[in-house]
Design a protein around this ligand. Sequence first.
Ligand code: FAD
Ligand code: SF4
Ligand code: SF4
Length: 441
Amino acid sequence: MSRKIQNVLDVAKNQLCTGCGACAYIDPSIEMIDVLDQGRRPKQNGPLDEEAGMAVCPGAALEHEPERWPAGTIRELAAGWGPVLELWEGYAADEEIRFAGSSGGAASALSLFCLEKKGMEGVLHTGAREDYPYLNQTVFSQSREELLARTGSRYAPASPCQDLGRIEEATEPSVFVGKPCDVAATHKARGLRPALDPKLGLTIAIFCAGTPSTAGTLEMMKAMGCQDPRRARSVRYRGKGWPGMAEVRFEDPGKGEKSTQMTYADSWGGILQKRRQWRCYICLDHTGEFADISVGDPWYRPIPKGEPGRSLIVVRSERGRAILEEAMAQGYIEAERVGADKLPASQVGFQALRGKIWGRRLMLKLMGVPFPRYKNMPMFRFWLRDLGLSDKLRSILGTFKRIFVKKLNKEVPLEAWTPPPPASSESSEAEKVSTSSSKSL
Ligand SMILES: Cc1cc2nc3c(=O)[nH]c(=O)nc-3n(C[C@H](O)[C@H](O)[C@H](O)COP(=O)(O)OP(=O)(O)OC[C@H]3O[C@@H](n4cnc5c(N)ncnc54)[C@H](O)[C@@H]3O)c2cc1C
Ligand code: SF4
Ligand code: SF4
């Protein structure tokens, strides 16, 4: 018999938590902690509001309501990719944002447009912590400079939904940017909190294949020569070109400040993706199906040398359509319309993954391991159609081994990890960076 999931602590102990932080927003008895080999997780400090936590939790359940999708939803994409109205390929017209951005800087450019031209109050999203640059913090950006400083994908735990209150309390609507699970949680939360709904001016999701734990970042830093995280001064994962390099700046004792780089293939492909939290292996929404607009990499063609970056822009709602149109008309985004085939061609494997997840689910159910409740998000048809015989078998039988390797057969302990305090630096400039206090919300 499957273990019971009654509240968000059960979600986390059974490795179904995405780390979004929505439970901490909806229930003040919860705070988010960092569990080194898992991610951001809820910790209980008082009597739990079980119902509210579960109502916003994307880790436990996700559901589409196709009857509420806008007219014009592209039928051929709906089953595997959720509602899609239009597909564009483009980039931020602001060259600095384009270059610094993870893909083409579309997420930041759209955010900037909403700040400067739509009268929105701020952008709730994610940036590096100033005191511990290998950790993330949720930030509320209100200027181009702040947005620019927070461009780039951070392949590390982040829980932007924990601060949805900042949007709810704002005088004017704001933008929310997050991973698909963060946006799905926000979508659930707006249904529960009438004060939040009108304040969400635009939701933007970045495509996501999985969030590696903090242990993943520490391993990457080590491989890049930064053995002691206390000496880290800045950590970037990509951007500054497309896809750009991972870059760590750190204090090398006796030698001063040093900067090392690693290719995206080696950092994400070689290290980080192996450290993804379990929930990502059974995630059905990698492309932000609950967002107004989602953005990802148009990987469907080779990247020319020196290319500053391009984004695939997926319009998913009428609000998203109107804002993208205006952002293009007012010179914030340069883009051209592309065909529906460019989404599957850019994210090869995501559709077949839905099929694999059907196979994984079968074995998990047989073994009594909890699985999220998905509604109107098909899996079986992709198992049948997109997988060869060996992949079909592997999706089921391989999961048996994973249950033990990933300790899915029992609840995991959730111990808060405290990062070691930053080391005092030999260079006064570095000292200034390392000791400046975090402006976390
Ligand atoms: C964990 C992770 C997995 C990814 N997997 C894929 C993938 O499978 N396929 C793909 O095409 N692209 C993936 N990406 C990259 C990202 O989806 C694309 O680069 C996207 O096009 C955004 O590019 P941009 O230039 O528009 O963003 P930018 O303009 O650079 O803005 C990035 C935005 O993302 C926010 N952000 C950064 N890190 C996080 C985080 N950890 N959690 C929440 N918000 C964050 C920033 O605050 C910023 O607002 C992944 C990114 C992450 C963080
Ligand atoms: S997925 Fe989000 S809402 Fe659910 S337990 Fe984790 S942090 Fe809380
Ligand atoms: S893979 Fe899915 S569950 Fe995992 S972080 Fe990305 S969107 Fe969230």
